[in-house]
Ligand binder design. Structure first.
Ligand SMILES: Cc1cc2nc3c(=O)[nH]c(=O)nc-3n(C[C@H](O)[C@H](O)[C@H](O)COP(=O)(O)OP(=O)(O)OC[C@H]3O[C@@H](n4cnc5c(N)ncnc54)[C@H](O)[C@@H]3O)c2cc1C
Length: 385
């Protein structure tokens, strides 16, 4: 008997990590991505390998997921990461008042931290605002988002997965209430085709609602945009965060020869058409300059936006929506052979895929344990080798 065949819709960090998890469990996997791999939210994010510090006070479930995955990814994908650590910096008495809560949050979420004096922080990051009052160091890092996803896909492919870019799912094929395949449009040739399978995983990020809609199903995904402003010089080596609850413009992430200031948060209806409010750009620069005054002297190299696939729970406003994730078995909606995964972060993609893999194997009547915690990923370079 051949192993069951699973089709994954979407190859951002979530779909790529799911492909790796399921291929390693011995399933036949086909990943279909309507654009280039990692082209959407994953390819346009802030590149922060979260320590969890950002959520240690306000969203501890997500903070614990972040630190657990951060420590694990260091071992299994070293060539996509820059491990520079991060600083949470107090600039005002109000920020200073937040420090005790921040440290208590780090302790509750087992995030390693170290308090630094202003002089110690400036010795590490000379362009920080010299008026800083305190700093706390945490194990933040930086990833290269395309390399991140391609490391998962390269490894999945070496375990037999088929990865198809420019292949858009336009319909779910159903028989007797079960999903039995997908109809796809090849966006290069314009031809359509059907791929039969035993189960479909909807990992379409902020488009997960649209893909679920092909089955007449709703998933509570709330596409929530954020902008990032990239300046034309690398201003900092460590990730620099404001010591406060997550808010607009409170983080500057170094990425290659640039630094990226982010971000904002607002709900959008169409993740393919995000209009960037001009005042968001000004706010990013203003807040970035507070943290690193020399940003005022460099040119802006680019402005971008993407939508987070957040899970909406009742009565939450955007900033309060948890950054954790959820798997949905659409059997509960009367449709067999179809599951969705949404929410989370790129940092937590492996852990998300582990939960998804547990659900998928359970549904297929298999008992195969997840092996991704200890399996070293291949280099992203090997995808095209
Ligand atoms: C502004 C911003 C900053 C962020 N910063 C960070 C950060 O610093 N660190 C971090 O860890 N996380 C960060 N995140 C969160 C992170 O980017 C997302 O959680 C993650 O990228 C979601 O990945 P995904 O694979 O679910 O979605 P996506 O990357 O969007 O992937 C979904 C894929 O599905 C494809 N697709 C859609 N419809 C179809 C279809 N019909 N057929 C085939 N394919 C389809 C899309 O083309 C897309 O490639 C940030 C998010 C935003 C918006």
């Amino acid at each position: 008997m051949p192993a069951p065949h699973v089709v994954i819709v979407g190859a951002g960090s979530t779909g790529a990590a799911c492909a790796h998890d399921l291929a390693l469990r011995g399933l036949r996997v086909t990943v279909v991505e309507r654009g280039e791999f990692s082209n959407a939210t994953t390819g346009r994010n802030h590149c922060l390998l979260h320590s969890g510090g950002r959520y240690a006070v306000t969203d501890q479930e997500s903070a614990i997921e972040c630190i657990d995955e951060n420590l694990l990814l260091r071992k299994i994908m070293p060539d996509a990461l820059e491990l520079n650590d991060g600083l949470f910096v107090a600039l005002t008495e109000e920020d200073l008042g937040f420090k005790a809560r921040f440290i208590a949050g780090c302790e509750a979420c087992h995030i390693p931290y170290r308090e630094l004096t202003p002089a110690q922080a400036l010795a590490r990051e000379p362009l920080l605002n010299p008026k800083l009052l305190a700093a706390v160091q945490v194990p933040d890092g930086v990833f290269e988002p395309w390399r991140f996803s391609m490391a998962f896909l390269a490894t999945a492919r070496s375990n037999g997965a088929v990865c198809r870019s420019y292949t858009e799912v336009v319909e779910l094929v159903r028989q007797n209430g079960s999903v039995t395949g997908v109809k796809v449009l090849d966006r290069v040739t314009g031809k359509t085709d059907t791929i039969g399978c035993d189960l479909v995983v909807n990992a379409a990020g902020p488009w997960a609602g649209e893909v679920a809609g092909f089955g007449g199903i709703e998933v509570p995904v709330q596409p929530t945009a954020g902008i990032m402003v990239t300046v034309g010089r690398r201003m900092n080596n460590m990730v620099v965060n404001r010591l406060d609850k997550p808010s607009d413009g409170d983080i500057v992430v170094p990425q290659r020869t640039t630094s990226i200031i982010g971000t904002t948060s607002w709900t959008v209806t169409d993740p393919d058409a995000i209009d960037i409010p001009p005042e968001h750009i000004q706010k990013m620069l203003h807040k970035g300059i507070e943290l690193i005054p020399e940003i005022a002297t460099v040119t802006t190299r680019g402005v971008g936006a993407a939508a987070r696939p957040l899970i909406k729970r009742a009565n939450e406003d955007e900033r309060d929506v948890s950054r954790t994730f959820e798997c949905f078995d659409h059997k509960r909606d009367g449709v067999e052979g179809f599951v969705s995964i949404s929410g989370g972060k790129t940092t937590t993609a492996r852990g998300m895929a582990e939960k998804l893999g547990d659900l998928v194997t359970r549904k297929l009547g298999l008992s195969v344990a997840c092996q991704t915690r200890t399996t070293q990923l291949l280099s992203y370079r090997l995808f095209y080798a």
